[in-house]
Ligand binder design. Sequence first.
Ligand SMILES: Cc1cc2nc3c(=O)[nH]c(=O)nc-3n(C[C@H](O)[C@H](O)[C@H](O)COP(=O)(O)OP(=O)(O)OC[C@H]3O[C@@H](n4cnc5c(N)ncnc54)[C@H](O)[C@@H]3O)c2cc1C
Length: 392
Amino acid sequence: MTASSDFPLFQINEDHEAIREAVRDLAAAKIAPFAAAVDEEARYPQEAHDALVASDFFAPHVGEEYGGVGADALATCIVIEEVARACASSSLIPAVNKLGSMPVILGGNEEIKRKYLTPLAAGETSFSYGLSEREAGSDTASMKCRAKLDKSAGDDSWVLNGQKSWITNAGVSDYYTVLAVTDPDGTRGNNISAFVVEKSDEGFTFGEKERKLGIKGSPTRELIFDNVRIPGDRIIGAPGEGLKIALRTLDHTRVTIGAQAVGIAQGALDHALAYVKERKQFGKNIAEFQGIQFMLADMAMELEAARQMVYVAAAKSERGDADLSFFGAAAKCFASDVAMKVTTDAVQLLGGAGYTRDFPLERMMRDAKITQIYEGTNQVQRIVMARQLLKG
Ligand SMILES: Cc1cc2nc3c(=O)[nH]c(=O)nc-3n(C[C@H](O)[C@H](O)[C@H](O)COP(=O)(O)OP(=O)(O)OC[C@H]3O[C@@H](n4cnc5c(N)ncnc54)[C@H](O)[C@@H]3O)c2cc1C
C-alpha cells in the first residue's frame, strides 16, 4: 500500500462543494419528506427518482461523451452520501446505476457503451447488477447460471438459463448486467461471461420482492431466466472475462457503499444532535451531560475518519491506483461498521423516542445494517484486503 506520495490523497474542489450543496438542498426538499413513507410502505421512492433525473444526479458517473455529466468518483460519492443522509433507499438509485453500468464502462466496446450508457445518462432507465445467486453469494465463482452459445439462428447469440438472487432495483431497471458460466468445463473464475440483459427480453421474469429489515424502498428481487436469447453483441468484453470485470467493478463501487454508509451515519448524528439540545432531564438539556457529550464526540470522530477513508478510496478509484482493491474494501468495511455504531448510538441518545417510528433513527439503524452485507460482506472485505496485503 502506498501513501500516494506523488498525488494528494484527495482534493475537494469548488465543483465538489457546489455538488454537495445542490444535492443537500434537493434531498431536503424532494427526498427527505418522503423517506418515512417509503420505508413504512416499502415502496420505490419515485419522488427521489424523478428529482434525481431532473437534476442530473440520477447516474452522475456517466461520461459527457454519452450525454452524462461526467462526475468524477469523488463527486459521485458526494451525491450518494448526501442522498443517503436523507433516505438510504433513494441513495441506491445513483449507486446501483453505477454498479450496474460499471462493467460496461470497464469492459465494454464503444458500441455497447453508446447503446446502454446514453439512455442511462438521460434518465430513461436504471441499470442493475446481477452477480449473486441463492447458493453463490460470497463464493461468486460457484454460480450456476448458464449461457450457451447458439449459432442455430445464424448469429452468435447466447441462451441464458438460471437465476440471480437479491438484485437491487430489479423490476425497476430496464438493463441488467448478468454474469453467467459460458464454459462449464473451463477453469474456475475464467469460465464466466458478462452480458447486458434487457427487461423486455423474452423468458426474463422477476421473483417476489424480498421482505427486508431495511432499505425497504429499494426493491430486491430474483432475476429468473428461462431460455432467454441474448444477441452476440450484448456480451461485455470477451467470453471468460466476465468475473474479472465484475470484481473490478466492485473495487470501484464498494467506495460508493462507503459513501452511503457515511451519509446514513451523518443523518443519524444530525438528528441526535438536534434532539439532545432540546430534551431535558434532571432539569437540564441532556446535551449538558458529559456522558452524552463523549458519545457525540466519538460518533463524530469515527464518522469523520470514515468519510476521509471513503474520499481517499474515491480518489484512488478515479486515478485507477493499483492499491484500489485494498482501499475500496477498507473504506466500505470501516464506514459500514461506523454507520452501524453511530446509528445504534443515535437511537440510544434519543432513549425511548429513538426506538419508535416517530423519529427516523430506528430506520437509519435498520438501513445501516445492509452496508455491512452487500457488495461483499465485511468478512469478504477483509479477505480482499488481506489478499492485496500479502501480494505486496
Ligand atoms: C438487500 C440486498 C441487496 C443486494 N443487492 C445485490 C445486487 O444488486 N446484486 C448482486 O449481485 N447481489 C446483491 N446482493 C447480494 C449480496 O451481495 C450478498 O448477500 C452478499 O455478498 C453475501 O452473500 P450471501 O448472502 O450468500 O452470504 P454467504 O456467502 O452465505 O455468507 C454468510 C456468512 O458467512 C460469511 N462468510 C462467507 N464466506 C466466508 C469466508 N470465506 N470467510 C469468512 N466468512 C465468510 C459471510 O461474511 C456471512 O457472514 C444483495 C443482498 C441484499 C441483502
